[in-house]
Design a protein around this ligand. Structure first.
Ligand code: NOJ
Length: 581
């Protein structure tokens, strides 16, 4: 057995220390006044990101696309969606990143393409076309994942929307074509890929019907057939061998339906693994009813969050590497979801989430606006404000089933507001001026700006002063900046350290200890996930000698009395401990 300690310098990699910031291009910054964000807009905001402490930017897809699924339906991997810019804008963007010592990670979406991609257009021409077997075609069958194509009287597999056709990875020419795409972008200076639903590329080639496990439901879970297939590791290792290994890049796989721990380790095992890390979605499942999918809700509890964290953090002892995130473009805003986004508690809650992530072991991913504590869309918005294909389809289905004003429809509306992907996709709130600064006044932004932009915006938060004094009035932006600084200064402890859960004895308090053998540093993170005060007993074996950061400007609440502290609502604290060696 390899007993390598995770914080040993030998296991350090640049992508482990990285703070990756995900940009959703449509909603970040518009440079040409068409109401849609673009690449030049992102370039113009690089100083803001660098100041925050970010050193890698992950761009959601910018490739040419009909935008049925906001760019996750690519029609040309070698060109850019014109409203976002051109290849030249990308070149300028990379040069500006390099100038600041920053790197670019691109989304690699190769489980499927748009049906407007020439590969698919040719494939659909006839059963004899040389590209026919680049996709998965079958004679008429009755499964919902297949889309009928009348010209050739066959169905093609489309696990997402009918506009997104699944590629046939069994075909070596497809794999070659994907290798070429990856090589093209890496040669351009890209430093990594986030690989979209990459565990779906290997499928059970029998394509059986999913068993009916939820009678009466429209869809049945079929992931045992369409995800994590037998050839997954083979395909990924081939991609790594042929292309990725030659560049020293960051690779992270978006992998839903991957709960099996052994399988996860097979993918990310240090040195000989297929990818550096994966995004799994266990935490995102905590408040979901599995058989009801995205638009469902159930109350979650801290005990379950502890289990999820414990499992993902234990990867380091098994030579894997965790990725840390609370938000992305597919999830609601974290402060609305896990804390309380009311005016009274939003700031404390967003700081608590920051402290949790900034002190955990792994590579940290921050989603645009998370650093401002941006919230979900307001309850007053009607379904017409939602632009995402998933929300639109869901609402159509709701309207076909229930009548306006019915309890069911009201419940569905509530679920839309809680869980829609639109929550993360509203324009970034730069300032208190019209359109929140996404685009100039008088221009209609592609999506409505959250009504709270006059209060929640970057300009106001940046103006709140540097958070290097414990008593300073600290905005979420300044708080994140400070937390990232501390994470970097104490990387052995926070990025690479050993994780241990602390039994908090309080149902709402999540607490953990971090330690690092090589520096003998020890810290504790204490998080009160409730709107009530909560008592926390500091473990005797790690007495806190100072509180480093906390959700409230004054850390006085953290002064222990007889080894106990009284946490305020949504208070998060990080303390340094004195530990006898
Ligand atoms: C996962 C992406 O994150 C999501 O936005 C997209 O709709 C699907 N994959 C399909 O590409």
């Amino acid at each position: 057995m390899d007993n390598r300690k995770p914080c040993k310098k030998s296991s350090r990699r640049w992508w482990k220390d990285a703070v990756v910031y995900q940009v959703y291009p449509a909603s970040f910054k518009d440079s040409d006044g068409d109401g849609l964000g673009d690449i030049d807009g992102i370039t113009s905001k690089l100083d803001y990101l660098q100041e925050l402490g970010v050193n890698v930017v992950w761009l959601s897809p910018i490739y040419k696309s009909p935008q049925e699924d906001m760019g996750y339906d690519i029609s040309d991997y070698y060109d850019i969606h014109p409203p976002f810019g051109t290849i030249d804008s990308v070149n300028r963007f990379i040069a500006e990143l390099e100038h600041r010592g920053m790197k670019l990670v691109m989304d690699l979406v190769v489980n499927h393409t748009s049906t407007q991609h020439t590969w698919f257009v040719e494939s659909a021409l006839s059963k004899e076309n040389p590209r026919r077997h680049w996709y998965l075609w079958r004679p008429p069958i009755s499964q919902s994942a297949w889309t009928y194509h009348s010209a050739t009287n066959e169905y093609y597999l489309s696990l997402f929307s009918p506009h997104q056709a699944d590629l046939n990875w069994e075909n070596a020419s497809v794999r070659d074509a994907v290798h070429q795409v990856a090589r093209f972008w890496l040669d351009k200076g890209v430093s990594g890929f986030r690989m979209d639903v990459i565990n779906l590329i290997a499928k059970d080639q029998r394509f059986p019907d999913a068993e009916v496990v939820h009678p009466g439901q429209q869809y049945q879970p079929g992931d045992q057939y369409f995800a994590n297939g037998a050839r997954l590791a083979e395909y990924l290792l081939e991609l790594r061998r042929e292309v990725l290994s030659k560049y020293g890049i960051l690779t992270v796989g978006g992998m839903p339906f991957l709960d099996d721990e052994e399988k996860r380790l097979e993918i990310v095992r240090a040195e000989e693994g297929c990818l550096d890390m994966i995004f799994t979605f266990k935490m995102m499942g905590l408040d979901m009813v599995p058989e009801e999918g995205r638009f469902s809700f159930k109350p979650w509890c801290v005990g379950n969050m502890e289990k999820v964290l414990g499992r993902s953090q234990s990867m380091t002892t098994k030579m894997g590497w965790p990725s840390l995130f609370c938000e992305n473009h597919d999830q609601p805003r974290s402060v609305s979801r896990w804390c309380d986004d009311s005016d009274a508690h939003r700031v404390a809650g967003s700081k608590l989430l920051c402290l949790m992530q900034a002190t955990l072991t792994g590579t940290l991913y921050v989603y645009q606006g998370e650093e401002l504590g941006m919230r979900n869309v307001p309850a007053s918005w009607g379904p017409e404000e939602y632009k995402d294909i998933e929300s639109i389809n869901y609402w159509k289905w709701v309207c076909s089933k229930w009548s306006p004003g019915s309890a069911e429809m009201n419940k569905a509306k509530d679920l839309l507001r809680r869980k829609a992907r639109d929550n993360a996709r509203t324009p970034f709130q730069w300032e208190a001026t019209a359109n929140g600064g996404l685009c100039p006044a008088g221009v209609t932004p592609w999506m409505r700006v959250n009504d709270d932009y006059p209060i929640v915006n970057a300009a106001a938060q940046v103006a709140m002063g540097k958070a290097n004094e414990r008593t300073a009035l600290v905005s979420p932006y300044r708080f994140w900046q400070r937390a990232l600084e501390i994470r970097k200064q104490h990387a052995d402890l926070f990025v690479y350290g050993d994780f241990e859960l602390i039994e908090s004895m309080h149902p709402a308090v999540l607490a953990f200890k971090k330690s690092c053998e090589s520096t003998s540093d020890v810290s504790i993170t204490v998080l009160n996930y409730s709107g009530e005060e909560a008592e926390f007993a500091i473990p005797k074996d790690c007495p806190v000698h100072s509180w480093v950061m906390g959700s409230y400007d004054s850390l006085s609440t953290g002064k222990p009395k007889e080894g106990r502290i009284q946490l305020l609502p949504w208070e998060g604290l990080v303390g340094c401990c004195t530990v006898a060696t």
